[in-house]
Design a protein around this ligand. Structure first.
Ligand code: ADP
Ligand code: GN1
Ligand code: MG
Length: 356
């Protein structure tokens, strides 16, 4: 029996039939498994091993999750909407009643019900999906608003700190092998230009003029589950980076992953585009949930978030390439460089977009 199967059996499930596990999803970080039974109608589950290289304190990640999931569930239930179960993530406890399980190697595992009748999208095809996604992530930030910041620890300190990301790139440039450095020379220059461009925004973030609050911090579009048969956005997932940040991060990462018809690793850069209708739908959808809880300065600078986050991702992919691919899962040797080129291309297009 595999380790994942052993771990699966430590969680409390209905003992209906034999479960089989297989790798699932297109996330870059955790090891995600879908558990399916051979008994028709038996519930399915998502089992995940937390990536301990990325999350240095997996116990904190697990504790945060055990705090956040019931909090959001209660908020969703209070809305009185039909079928609330597909609209929040919940943890399946272990047979001993714990919110997570450790294995002999010291890794941390958790399990969720598989949210049936949902789908995750890597690219969007209609503005209606973009509007829905933006509303869902804005609502999620609003739901987090009442959770005391002090109760949630920073699972990745300085996660979207652009100055540190640039510093890490500069360090990687010093130690990278010559071949990788030559391949990445243009992108290293592009990173420096971006650094200059965002300097006024960084000042507003550093001084706290743009407020820090609990946000999702990883609003990539495949971290949202849509209804399988409609464009309705149902459930925000991948909650490990819920921690203090700014709304610019959430809106920005959403723009980064929704505005182009091409995936973030598309190598045909002519396919990377800023679709104006998508962009408008994202902004309109996000602001439609803004209400009083969002400050004027947050609304004013939301769109700068796209420049910030697209640049941060470009720099992170580039740094990982120069470091020898130590962070993101890659599927071929140039994968991180391809992602970086794609994101720098998107960044240039966003900077040139007339209505941004
Ligand atoms: P990663 O941090 O590696 O991106 P995620 O938590 O985002 O991990 O999970 C990876 C993918 O697994 C998601 O993009 C989604 O497709 C799928 N997934 C995760 N949790 C669930 C769930 N509870 N129900 C259905 N699908 C899920
Ligand atoms: C990672 O976990 P996933 O695949 O949703 C990364 C994000 C990046 C994204 C780029 C914890 O997100 O910050 O934006 O890849 N998550 C972490 O695709 O580093
Ligand atoms: Mg994910």
């Amino acid at each position: 029996m595999s380790l994942a199967e052993d771990i699966f059996r430590t969680f409390s499930t209905e003992a209906a039939g034999n479960y089989r596990l297989r790798a699932y999803g297109s996330g870059h970080i955790h090891d995600t498994f879908l558990a399916e039974s051979d008994s028709p109608g038996a519930p399915r589950y998502i089992l995940q091993r937390i990536n301990a290289h990325v999350f240095r304190d997996p116990e904190l990640v697990s504790r945060n999750l055990a705090r956040i999931t019931p909090y959001i569930a209660a908020k969703v239930q209070a809305l009185g909407i039909a079928d609330p179960e597909r609209r929040y993530l919940s943890l399946i406890p272990t047979r001993e009643g714990q919110a997570w399980q450790t294995d002999p190697a010291g890794d941390y595992w958790r399990m969720f019900p598989f949210l049936e009748g949902t789908r995750s999208l890597d690219e969007l095809s209609h503005p209606q999906q973009a509007r829905e996604a933006a509303r869902a992530f804005a609502r999620y930030a609003q739901q987090l608003d009442g959770l005391p910041v002090a109760e949630i620890g920073a699972t990745i300190p300085h996660f979207h700190d652009a100055a540190r990301r640039i510093a890490a790139l500069e360090k990687a440039v010093e130690t990278a092998d010559q071949q990788r450095l030559t391949l990445a020379a243009t992108e290293v220059e592009q990173a420096q230009a971006w650094k200059t461009r965002i300097s006024p925004l960084l000042h507003l973030l550093e001084t706290g003029a743009i407020p820090r609050r609990l946000v999702h911090n990883d609003t990539k579009i495949n971290n949202l589950l849509f209804d399988a048969h409609s464009d309705e956005a149902l459930c925000v997932i991948d909650l490990d980076t819920v921690m203090p940040g700014t709304l610019l991060y959430d809106f920005g990462d959403l723009v980064r992953t929704c505005v182009s018809p091409a995936a973030e690793d598309e190598t045909d850069l002519s396919r990377v585009q800023v679709r104006p209708d998508m962009y408008e739908a994202l902004l309109e959808g996000y602001l439609s949930e803004a209400g009083d809880w969002m400050q004027a300065i947050e609304k004013e600078y939301l769109t700068e978030g796209a420049i910030l986050m697209t640049g941060i991702m470009a720099v992170r992919f580039l740094t990982d390439f120069l470091m020898g691919d130590v962070y993101y899962k890659i599927h071929h040797p140039m994968h991180n460089l391809d992602r970086a080129k794609n994101q720098f291309c998107l960044l240039q297009l966003l900077l040139a977009a007339p209505d941004r």
